[in-house]
Design a protein around this ligand. Structure first.
Ligand SMILES: *Cc1c(COP(=O)(O)O)cnc(C)c1O
Length: 398
């Protein structure tokens, strides 16, 4: 034994020469950006401070208390009394896949929208869950029409209906949510709402609007780094999930297992991302301090000023006022202006991030986020001034 240890120690220099040398990487020093894109948004300093506090164990009695607080704050923010309200470890796509992957069983049919990027992601997840996907159509840049949803229900009789409340790819807010949930429930279906870009930014009421499952992400209107993502399910849906014949295909996101950790028992399933749970706790505390309705009003007002300023520059919003999404402002790129050059100019000259269009709207729009801590009057003034300059550098005269 001793001999072999000595032998291997004497071989150490040779062994290390077989692998790569230690990379000379400098200390992290990211630029000081202002984040006005589709997410992440600027993080509130209090959230950053919460993230630099010491770790405790994920079963520490003080952490159990933190978990309870986060669940209560999430219920407040979602406007729900659902017991099943948790932060899922991972980004918004993790809470999205936890929702779809648990609710959709092999052989179930899920109805998804085609009017934006994230309806497409819902479809992919439903197929991977073993579901059959049917679609309700609307053009990119428009909301779903309840009459079309009704027709799709009559034709396909889906078990699950997913819709995107705030479509980040198009800047469209889905109106008439209670009408949609009524249609689904009359047909005995479960409703899953993508609230990633609405939670904590625009009016969203899980219980009053009769939404069965809602998921969100932390880095949009909650202004929290990505890592722990809100999810809520009502009892009726949880009954379906807990009585599945086949286990969900993901072990990590299996809600019947996560129940052991976030439910009564508080037993180990996976190690919670402690720091991200601290972060979302602080972000949600900021929501509660401001008051959820005042927060919705702030987003409307600040983004309303942004919209007025954009129009004063001669620009046109992609969404009509009836379904304008305050947290994500889609603006049409004027003729003769290179959308990418403007984005690059803002980033290079002003450390200011906005984004281009996706999918059917690529090249046609800019996407300007007005979310959480980024939704402040000073950001709007800064953005309008910088954008005016970037446009005139492109020869645009308004
Ligand atoms: C951002 C976003 C997601 C996905 O969230 P990630 O955090 O990027 O995984 C899902 N749906 C909508 C509407 C989004 O804006």
């Amino acid at each position: 034994m001793t001999e072999s240890v000595v032998l291997s120690m004497s071989e150490t220099p040779e062994l290390s020469s077989q692998g790569p040398a230690a990379p000379a990487v400098s200390e992290l020093n990211p630029p000081d950006r202002t984040l006005m894109g589709p997410g992440p948004s600027d993080v509130h300093p209090r959230v950053l401070r919460a993230m630099s506090t010491p770790l405790v164990g994920h079963l520490d009695p003080t952490f159990i208390e933190v978990m309870n607080e986060v669940q209560e704050l999430l219920r407040y923010t979602f406007r729900t009394d659902n017991r099943w309200t948790i932060p899922v470890s991972g980004t918004g796509s993790a809470s999205m896949e936890a929702a779809i992957g648990n609710v959709v069983e092999p052989g179930d049919t899920m109805l998804v929208p085609t009017n934006g990027y994230f309806g497409g992601r819902m479809a992919s997840m439903a197929r991977r869950a073993g579901g059959e996907v049917v679609e309700v159509d609307a053009p990119w840049g428009e909301p779903l029409d309840p009459a079309d949803v009704e027709r799709a229900f009559e034709r396909h009789d889906p078990d699950v209906f997913g819709f995107v409340h705030a479509e980040t790819s198009t800047g469209v807010l889905q109106p008439e949510v209670p009408t949609l949930t009524d249609i689904a429930h009359e047909h005995g279906a479960y409703v899953i709402a993508d609230c990633v870009t609405s939670l904590g930014g625009v009016e969203m009421r899980v219980d009053e609007w009769d939404i069965d499952v809602a998921y969100s992400g932390p880095q949009k209107c909650l202004s929290c780094p990505p890592g722990a993502s809100p999810l809520t399910l009502n009892d009726r849906t949880m009954e379906k999930v807990l009585s599945r014949e086949e286990e969900p295909r993901s072990w990590y996101l299996d809600l019947s297992l996560l129940e052991g950790y976030w439910g009564e028992e508080r037993a180990y399933h996976h190690t919670a991302p402690i720091t991200n749970v601290y972060a979302i706790r602080e972000a949600l505390r900021l929501v509660a301090e401001e008051g959820i309705e005042d927060r919705w009003a702030r987003h409307r007002e600040v983004a309303g000023d942004l919209k007025a300023g954009l129009r004063a520059l001669g620009l046109e919003m992609n969404a009509p006022d009836d379904y304008w999404l305050p947290s994500l402002n889609a603006v049409r790129v004027p003729d003769g202006v290179d959308d990418g050059a403007v984005i690059e100019y803002l980033l290079a000259e002003y450390d200011l991030e906005i984004a281009s269009g996706l999918g059917d709207l690529a090249g046609d729009i800019w996407r300007i986020g007005c979310m959480g801590y980024s939704a402040r009057p000073k950001n709007v003034e800064f953005l309008l001034a910088a954008l005016e300059e970037a446009l005139s550098a492109q020869g645009y005269e308004g």
